[in-house]
Structure formats: structure tokens, C-alpha cells
Design a protein around this ligand. Structure first.
Ligand code: VTB
Length: 320
């Protein structure tokens, strides 16, 4: 993909963040999501691509915009697109840390068309690549990651969603001495952070959304990190969808290359609320400032983009 597209995709996540950020802490997650979707959708139409949404807001009958299969872009290279206009709608509704607007773009066929179901995930950064194994215990994975990173287990910080289903993982981490950060929502952001030197986050584990898993894999692929995953269908319908995707063995461990298989991918995220690496959006009279990260697999370059927007000059960006 043309590298100049990277900046175009930053504009897309910036637009989602700029529009929805006003609703920070307002308890209105659906309204915030709608604004983010509008911002993303509008901006996509200025980008010279012929894109197909493969991970989006839902099926065509349940989402009016950015639905799975929707065509976006002003025309150009054929690409597949995964979007989450707000990853962490509960976080923005409550004004809590970690909400981002995020997308990943790959040449056609490069992103797993993960259906909306749970996925078990194990994510690490580049310095722990090649040693994780979802079929082994959390304790064994901690040992392997610590050894590969040449540090003690108690110098590892593991992030997981604060859910009862993670009690076993939590117990194992505690017994092994790892530090834990329990988050209420939004596991793409910490997975992305795993790949960034100095973020202080070393592993993301546990079960979360499968679409979010593909976005996490896109970020980790760009930074040279590693990820394994397993779909967790909970109903007959979800099992049928796995079969449709050609996944007949439901215990199959998906590698990072199964999740993002193309020879190129671009990942862009803009913070909405405060993050560990990305700073929250800030508004001032007539404008706003956003903080984004954009990365590309082909070169591995990670760019942080700190942007001052003159919203008074951009009518399309005005939010009442
Ligand atoms: C997961 C996680 C997401 O929602 O999908 C979670 O991957 C939902 O989990 O990042 P529960 O069903 O346990 O609430 C997010 O946190 C936000 O979309």
C-alpha cells in the first residue's frame, strides 16, 4: 500500500475522536458511537482507496454505516478495512481512561473476517516473539516470556479485562509474581502498547471480542510483536459462523499471521480519553488537539502524530 495513505488513515481516526470526544463522561455511549461512526465514514470518502469494511459496526441489517461489506473510499487500491470508531464506548461514557478510535487496513484478503463473538487472546511485544503458546498454562507462558525478555516474572506487567472469567489467569499471574493491570474495557489499546518499547505493558491475556483481536493483531504485526488467539463460539449460530470461515477445529490456535495474513497492514489509533501512551483529546475555543499513532508493517515505522485542529475552519468537524 502507498505509504502516504498512513497520514490519510490518521485523519480518519482523528475525525472519529474529534466528533465523539465532546461526549466524554456524558453517559451517552450510543450517541458517542454514532458521532464517531459519522466522522470516520465521512473522512473515508476523502481517502484514495477502494475499501471494503470486513470488521465494522455490524451486519448490513443492524448498522446503517460502516457495516460489514460496505464499500468506502474515493477510489483507488482495493483494500480491506477493520474499524472500531470507539474501542471502549463504556470508557468514553464514563470519561475513563483508554478509549480510542482505531482502524487497520490491509490489501484485500489480509484481515481475518472475525465474527462478533469472544476470542481468547495472548499478546506480547517484539522482544517476546516466538515463545508464547495458548495451549500452555499462563504460568508457563509467563516463564517463557520472562526468559525471552531477560527479566524476572515480577518485572512483567500483564493486562486483562476485569472479568470473573479471568479469575484463573489472575490467580496464576499472582502466584507467579507478575504485576497485573485490570481494565474495565478496551483490550486493543494495551495490546497495541505491548509492541511499543517503554510502554511498561508486556502481555495482554484473556477473552474479549474477536473483532478487537484482529485490530490488536494488526498493531502487533506492525511492531513485530506476537499474538495467538482462539475463537470462543458460545451458541450454535456462532459455531456455524466459525465453520463458514473454514474453522472446523474449534480448538484451533490462530497465529498472528492467521489474524493478519497480508504482506502489508497499516494501523492507526487516536486517543479519545487519556491513555497509557496516547494523551486524550483536548478542546479549546475554536479547536482541539489530538494524539495518534500510525504504524506500517512493511517498514515497521511507528509515528506519533500530535495534531492541532482548527475546527472553526472545518465545517464538517463542527459538533454542537
Ligand atoms: C471485549 C473487549 C473490548 O468489550 O469485547 C469487551 O475486547 C466486552 O467484554 O475491548 P464483556 O462481554 O465481558 O463485557 C471491550 O472492552 C470494548 O468493546
Amino acid at each position: 500500500m502507498d505509504r502516504t495513505l498512513a497520514l490519510e488513515f490518521v485523519r480518519v481516526t482523528e475525525a472519529a475522536a474529534l466528533k465523539s470526544g465532546r461526549l466524554c463522561g456524558r453517559g451517552a455511549k450510543d450517541a458517542a458511537d454514532q458521532l464517531a461512526v459519522d466522522g470516520m465514514r465521512q473522512t473515508f470518502d476523502t481517502v484514495p482507496i477502494s475499501g471494503t469494511v470486513v470488521i465494522g459496526e455490524g451486519e448490513i441489517d443492524e448498522a446503517p454505516m460502516l457495516y460489514i461489506g460496505e464499500r468506502v473510499g474515493a477510489g483507488g487500491e482495493e483494500v480491506d478495512i477493520a474499524v472500531d470508531p470507539i474501542e471502549g464506548t463504556n470508557l468514553i461514557a464514563k470519561g475513563q481512561n483508554g478509549a480510542i478510535a482505531v482502524l487497520a487496513i490491509a490489501p484485500k484478503g489480509g484481515l481475518l473476517h472475525a465474527p462478533d463473538m469472544y476470542m481468547e487472546k495472548l499478546c506480547v511485544g517484539p522482544r517476546a516473539k516466538g515463545v508464547i503458546d495458548l495451549n500452555l498454562s499462563m504460568t508457563e507462558n509467563l516463564r517463557r516470556v520472562a526468559a525471552k525478555m531477560e527479566r524476572a516474572i515480577d518485572d512483567l506487567t500483564v493486562v486483562m479485562l476485569d472479568r470473573e472469567r479471568h479469575q484463573g489467569l489472575m490467580d496464576e499471574c499472582r502466584a507467579a509474581g507478575a504485576r497485573i493491570r485490570l481494565i474495565t474495557d478496551g483490550d486493543v489499546n494495551p495490546a497495541m502498547e505491548c509492541g511499543l518499547e517503554g510502554s511498561g505493558i508486556h502481555m495482554v491475556v484473556g477473552t474479549g471480542g474477536a473483532p478487537e483481536g484482529v485490530l490488536a493483531a494488526a498493531a502487533l504485526k506492525c511492531t513485530g510483536g506476537d499474538m495467538q488467539a482462539r475463537l470462543k463460539p458460545a451458541t450454535d449460530e456462532e459455531i456455524r459462523r466459525c465453520h463458514e470461515m473454514g474453522i472446523t477445529d474449534l480448538n484451533k490456535v490462530l497465529t498472528i499471521d492467521d489474524l493478519v495474513s497480508g504482506e502489508d497492514v497499516i494501523f492507526s489509533a487516536t486517543a479519545i480519553t487519556e491513555g497509557n501512551v496516547l494523551s486524550s483529546i483536548k478542546y479549546f475555543p475554536g479547536g482541539a488537539r489530538t494524539h495518534s499513532v500510525v504504524m506500517r508493517y512493511q517498514t515497521g515505522t511507528v509515528r506519533f502524530v500530535d495534531t492541532i485542529h482548527r475546527l472553526d475552519k472545518k465545517l464538517s468537524m463542527k459538533v454542537k
